[in-house]
Design a protein around this ligand. Structure first.
Ligand SMILES: *[C@@H]1O[C@H](CO)[C@@H](O)[C@H](O)[C@H]1NC(C)=O
Ligand SMILES: *[C@@H]1O[C@H](CO)[C@@H](O)[C@H](O)[C@H]1NC(C)=O
Ligand SMILES: *[C@@H]1O[C@H](CO)[C@@H](O)[C@H](O)[C@H]1NC(C)=O
Ligand SMILES: *[C@@H]1O[C@H](CO)[C@@H](O)[C@H](O)[C@H]1NC(C)=O
Ligand SMILES: *[C@@H]1O[C@H](CO)[C@@H](O)[C@H](O)[C@H]1NC(C)=O
Length: 777
């Protein structure tokens, strides 16, 4: 080492002399670095450098600056070393990569920025890296990826973003990564992925999403990944996987281990035909039915689940035997089969005590027999459980549903994760109603006639994620009602009698993500704004209240994506209430009484809006500029069941996948020619019916011939001309609005796939395993 340094300094000195004595161009080496002139590498590791050394030789290929103190990478930071192929900037205390920092590095193939303090990836942070194959951004503080951050990385193969602080992946976040094979997003705090989050990643074969906070399988998002063969979702808090949850044509390896799965539909994988390895280990599964879909399943891992080997497991065992599926894991019960490897259990030994025995019986019998001697050699583990409740220690599930309790029972096992108390008569929830339930994730209190919740009722429930207070009698909420439950993410308050938006109570819930307030009696939305009280709110459901007014800025929210205001009493589009809602993607305004939609009604949210529903509003007119600002981003537009005779120009909406114009009394005359042309042009089956003139009422717009006599459209200003030259055969109808006959033609051959409206709602409420199955085996 010492001699090497000597050697280098000697060479450097020699070169310096040489450089001074002649004009021969020679390798430079910054004095704190070591340089290898043959391999063209420069290493300046752990020197507390605050600047990139200026004297690095231009022809350097590999530059290692690990362990320095660079802090900010400014624009053109590497302009002096354009031939770099490898750049290591690990642990350099970098907090900001300015736009254009790497712009000159068109030959770079490997860039390591791990273990820094980067929080935002700007739009042009990685511009110019057109040859880059590997990008390491792990162990930073990334919480935001700006649109277009990766657009220039068309050759990237691997992107590591593990160990960051991502909570949400927006649509098109990875746009431009056409060649990426492996995307690593594990060890973040992701709880939501936008439906188009991974759109455009056509080569992606492996995706790592483990160690996040996903509570539901992101079905729709995953369908956008046609080539993925390996998906790692382990260590996410999912409780249930519903039908067709996994719809991935080429998937072979799926890791769903170490989650909180309590149930899995037998159809969950019905759209994953090539699946060969499924890891369900370390969940809470007691039973599993044979899985439909995968034809080539080779292994199914059920280790670490409380699998109960009775008759309900027999179909799985038989199916696995026939299909050559290797079952990993062992029985957890009954006692004479416990620890028996699933692979070795003989199907005939998988029995229930009597024909028609339901699971419920079994649970209850176990409860009854706890404490009393059992006719087996292994003593049964005693379950701590209040009187008149059922508790299952293995699934960490306790239920006292509909048992006539008038006070919240106490004495649940401290390990309980799901507590189901629905359909009792609590009326009043005093402070500290749930002592010793710090592990409870999901609490059901629906239909409990609750009219008052005292401040601190949920104190100590520090892991509570889901709270169901639906269908109670609440008229208001104490500002401290939710104190002590700071992780609350999904809150159901629908079906109460709240007269105000419970803003002050919600201010204690920084993680609130989805809020259900349907069927209450809220009549106005105050000007306080949502942003201040619930900064992370993503979905807000206010369907079926009595909202007549929305104050300016009332719905401003940085993060809000879904807003349902349908079935209220709004008389105008709440444009001014949404002046700052830059991420709003879906708004439902159906069933209000908004007769007129004026110009620029959606302008403030036009950049983000994807789905706009305005059915059955008694709408008579839309201004020609009603949809101004909306463009290719809009995916769904419905105005069904209104009184519209005309529609604004829809041709800028080139991204529509769903459009519903049915049940409007359209005036089939020359002004409608533009719509007709548009209908002919788009690859969507658009159903629209003529309401006027009377001769053709009820006919479909695309079938009528009245347009043949209309002059072709040339510019929007020729409307008057068109009117003037209208074929005399039609009389102008009376102003009275004629109701369209109920023509409800079905599309015969839909050309484009109609998307179901997106919802991030669970396919089923996470209510744990069904306790009864009416099946006899
Ligand atoms: C590194 O540099 C910073 C300022 O440039 C200085 O405050 C710090 O003491 C240095 N650390 C070491 C280990 O030399
Ligand atoms: C297990 O015990 C049950 C009765 O408790 C009995 O019917 C069954 O045959 C036993 N199974 C085996 C494999 O010993
Ligand atoms: C609105 O709520 C009432 C009861 O609160 C119910 O009868 C009605 O069906 C609901 N309407 C819609 C559209 O959900
Ligand atoms: C929008 O609201 C209407 C009326 O309440 C409802 O029927 C419809 O299903 C809603 N659409 C979506 C996509 O939420
Ligand atoms: C039909 O489509 C073409 C190209 O897609 C476009 O240029 C034209 O404006 C469209 N016409 C109408 C009436 O939408």
């Amino acid at each position: 080492m010492f001699s090497l340094k000597m050697h280098f300094s000697w060479v450097a000195a020699f070169l310096l002399v040489l450089a001074q004595s002649s004009s021969v161009k020679s390798g430079k080496c910054p004095k704190v670095c070591s340089c290898d002139g043959t391999k063209l590498t420069v290493t300046c590791v752990g020197k507390n450098l605050t600047e990139i050394p200026l004297t690095v030789d231009e022809i350097t290929l590999k530059l290692d600056l690990k362990n320095n103190n660079l802090q900010v990478l400014s624009r053109g930071a590497f302009i002096l070393t354009p031939y770099l192929t490898h750049l290591n900037l690990q642990r350099c205390n970098i907090n900001k990569v300015k736009e254009g920092a790497f712009r000159t590095l068109g030959r770079l193939v490997f860039l390591n920025l791990a273990y820094n303090k980067i929080d935002i990836l700007y739009q042009e942070s990685f511009d110019g890296l057109s040859s880059l194959k590997e990008l390491h951004l792990d162990h930073n503080r990334v919480e935001e990826i700006q649109p277009g951050a990766f657009t220039q990385l068309g050759f990237l193969n691997m992107l590591a973003l593990t160990h960051n602080q991502l909570v949400y992946v927006p649509n098109m976040a990875f746009q431009g990564l056409h060649n990426i094979k492996w995307l690593r997003l594990n060890y973040n705090s992701l709880n939501n992925l936008a439906p188009e989050a991974f759109t455009g990643l056509f080569a992606l074969s492996r995706l790592s999403l483990d160690h996040n906070e996903l509570q539901f399988f992101p079905t729709q998002t995953m369908t956008r990944l046609p080539e993925v063969t390996r998906l790692d979702m382990s260590h996410n808090p999912m409780t249930y996987l519903g039908e067709e949850s996994v719809s991935m044509a080429k998937l072979t390896h799926l890791y769903l281990d170490h989650m909180s799965l309590q149930d899995l539909s037998d159809q969950a994988l019905s759209r994953a035909p090539l699946l060969s390895h499924l890891d369900l280990s370390h969940n809470q599964l007691r039973y599993l039915e044979p899985l439909s879909g995968p034809k080539e399943l080779a292994s199914l891992n059920l280790k670490g689940n409380p699998v109960y080997c009775n008759c309900y497991m027999r179909p799985l065992r038989v199916w696995a035997g026939k299909g050559g599926v290797k079952l990993l894991g062992a029985c957890a019960g009954p006692p004479n089969l416990s620890d028996e490897p699933l692979q070795d259990v003989v199907p005939l030994d998988l029995r229930c005590r009597s024909r028609g025995e339901t699971l419920e019986d079994e649970f209850e019998k176990e409860d009854e027999t706890t404490g009393s001697p059992l006719p087996t050699d292994k003593p049964k583990q005693k379950v701590k459980c209040p009187v008149n409740c059922g508790c299952d220690i293995e699934s960490q599930h306790a239920t006292c549903e509909g048992r006539g309790h008038t006070k919240v029972p106490r004495g649940f096992s401290t390990k309980t994760q799901l507590l189901d108390l629905r359909s009792n008569h609590f009326h009043h929830l005093p402070a500290n109603s749930f002592p010793g339930t710090s592990q409870v994730v999901s609490l059901h209190l629906e239909l409990c006639k609750v009219h008052e919740i005292e401040g601190g009722a949920f104190l100590g429930m520090k892991n509570l994620f889901y709270l169901y207070l639906s269908d109670n009698d609440l008229t208001s909420l104490d500002p401290r009602a939710f104190a002590g439950a700071p992780k609350l993410t999904y809150l159901h308050l629908e079906g109460n009698r709240l007269v105000q938006f419970p803003g002050s109570a919600l201010a204690l819930l920084p993680s609130l993500f989805v809020l259900h307030l349907e069927q209450n009696a809220i009549s106005k939305l105050e000007p306080t704004g949502l942003l201040s009280v619930t900064p992370n709110l993503r979905e807000l459901y206010l369907t079926n209240n009595t909202i007549t007014a929305t104050a300016k800025g009332a719905l401003d929210s940085a993060f809000l994506g879904t807003l349902h205001l349908d079935s209220n009493q709004l008389t105008e589009i709440p444009t001014h209430a949404l002046s700052k809602a830059p991420n709003l993607e879906e708004i439902n305004l159906s069933q209000n009484s908004i007769r007129w939609v004026g110009p620029n009604a959606f302008k403030p949210i036009a950049q983000s809006l994807k789905r706009l529903y305005m059915d059955q509003m008694g709408m008579e007119k839309m201004s020609r500029d009603a949809l101004a600002g909306l463009g290719p981003g809009l995916r769904a537009l419905t105005v069904r069941g209104n009184q519209l005779e005309e529609l604004p120009d829809l041709s800028p909406l080139t991204g529509l996948e769903v459009v519903d114009l049915q049940d409007n009394p359209l005036m089939c005359d020359c002004p409608l020619l533009r719509l007709r042309r548009w209908m002919e042009n788009v690859s969507l089956e658009v159903i629209a019916t003529c309401g006027h003139p009377p001769e053709i009422r009820g006919q479909k717009v695309r079938d009528v011939h009245v347009f043949t006599s209309c002059p072709e459209i040339s510019s929007p200003s020729d409307k008057k001309v068109v009117k003037a030259s209208r074929s005399p055969k039609f009389k102008k109808p009376k102003t009275s609005l004629l109701k369209t006959p109920g023509v409800k033609a079905r599309p015969t051959k839909p050309k484009a796939k109609l998307l179901k409206p997106t919802k991030t709602k669970p396919q089923r409420k996470p209510g744990g395993p069904k306790l009864t199955k009416n099946k006899t085996l």
